[in-house]
Design a protein around this ligand. Sequence first.
Ligand SMILES: [Zn+2]
Length: 230
Amino acid sequence: MDPRVDELLHYMRANYSGFGVGFKEDVWWWRLMPRRARRAATTLGQVVWFPTRRQFYRDQRSAFYRLVHECVHVVDDADEETPFLLEYTMPQWSLLILALCAIAAAWTVGSVPAWVRWPSLALPLFALLPWPSPWRLYLERRAYTMTMWVQQRLRGRVTPGMRRYILQAITGRLYWRMVWSRERAQRIVETMADRVEARWSAWPTGITPLGMEVARIIDKHRGTPWKRST
Ligand SMILES: [Zn+2]
């Protein structure tokens, strides 16, 4: 394993008692998920799930980038003032509760006609549509700021490829189309990247302990080639 990945894992295990790493290929319920979800790294609670063991060990540079991003989610999840899962799944879960209340009302109040009752059963599907989510966007912006910041420290800039990748991600199906306007998403990504480039030596807001640790790891291994192992 590359020493950078190893050290970051060590730091997270030492500081977050619930932290762990899993592989989606090992668990039956991940196989039920859409392909796109199986191929991405995901944080659930304080466990970071990577797609496959082979990919994780073979491409340690990518594993490091992904791990840093997911660790921001772990840190945010551990912060008890932020109900991470509720915030991340807004507004769908709250719309779902409203939909269920509306159905309960439609089927318990005697005077509601059948032409209202039966269509009301479709309301949960309406609630789960890909509505814009400033809450999820906020949490992903924190994590992607750290991704950009790592690239800034490793390569001296936030590359156009990285900007394109993040733009695609935040407007795409991976985050359930949390931003609808591509122009707005582009402005968000460019502002994030320009800020990271302009303040490259500053720590990302709100994730200082993790940022300092990642900086220490990067500086310690500056110039070391990324190790590949099978
Ligand atoms: Zn994320």
